[in-house]
Design a protein. Structure first.
Length: 293
């Protein structure tokens, strides 16, 4: 069953959605959420919102927002409508107010869980999905985030990306993938082989369907790593064993969606050790995954 988001007074005053160019729709999304996003492969428009207000530490490491504290909205066109998926980084006391607001506006909650262990303060992650007019969906998610302390103003754009004190070329060679500097964190997104569908619609990797691996330098060639592997049931325990055999802690295993095909599981991990050693362990785990060539 399709879900539709109730419109705000401002959006209700606008004319009904017509077959506009995608970039025009994305302009409306950016205006509704209050910051620009990025057009991604597969026709996805993605908006990131880091919890820059939080100072979260784990095993003595202060976590950068782009390592594990980034809420996001990912939009994909569905004819004259759009689908939005993503997750929100929340403190425990923010969960119920944000959930209430999402439900009131027709947004489905698809998962609530941890990604990390031993983090102070404890942060949780709320996954959601909605269907309707793209700008109204963006406004609905913003209204829900206003129930939290999430900074919603667009951040100032840095003159240049922060430096990363790691041999990123060696990391790319080991993992067999290209990474990017995401706010001082070296980030990889590695798509699965095959197609992922929900309600008979293909869901691109940029909607959150790719294995995410993030490296944050902790000095002297070491890095804190986290992210999640996107797995089918038969891949779960081989990947879990490969990670643990290489000193990488598995911190969570769960679903993010409700009706995807094939059924997928998301395995989160954590370690802080020599970056190249950890990359080797991650490579071994990736070898247990059906990976896009």
């Amino acid at each position: 069953m399709k879900q539709f988001v109730l419109c705000s007074a401002l959006l209700c005053a606008a004319s009904p959605l017509s077959p506009l160019a995608a970039d025009s729709d994305w302009d409306r999304v950016a205006k509704a959420i209050g910051r620009p996003g990025t057009e991604m492969p597969g026709g996805v428009y993605r908006v990131g919102i880091g919890r820059t207000d939080l100072k979260v530490t784990l095993d003595g490491v202060e976590i950068k927002p782009s390592l594990a504290l980034g809420s996001y909205l990912a939009f994909q066109k569905m004819g004259k409508e759009a689908m939005v998926m993503g997750d929100l980084v929340l403190l425990q006391e923010e969960i119920n107010p944000v959930m209430k607001k999402l439900i009131e506006q027709g947004i489905a909650i698809t998962a609530i869980h941890n990604h990390l262990l031993r983090a102070t303060p404890m942060v949780m992650y709320m996954h959601y999905e909605g269907h309707g007019e793209a700008a109204k969906l963006a406004a609905a998610v913003r209204a829900a985030l206003e129930e939290s302390k999430t900074p919603l103003a667009a951040p100032a754009k840095p003159a240049s990306p922060p430096t990363i004190d790691l041999d990123t070329a060696a990391l790319e060679k080991t993992l067999g993938a290209k990474g990017t500097n995401n706010g001082g964190v070296y980030a990889f997104s590695i798509p699965r082989a095959g197609k992922i569908r929900e309600a008979k619609m293909e869901i691109p990797a940029a909607m959150g369907m790719g294995t995410v691996i993030n490296f944050q330098s902790t000095g002297a060639g070491k890095a804190a790593i986290t992210g999640d592997f996107v797995l089918t049931a038969k891949e779960v325990n081989p990947v879990l064993k490969a990670l643990r055999d290489n000193g990488i802690e598995v911190t969570a295993l769960h679903s993010h969606m409700l009706g995807e095909e094939p059924r997928l599981y998301f395995m989160h991990f954590w370690a802080n050790d020599d970056a190249q050693k950890l990359a080797g362990g991650l490579k071994e785990a990736l070898g247990r995954v059906s990976r896009k060539k």
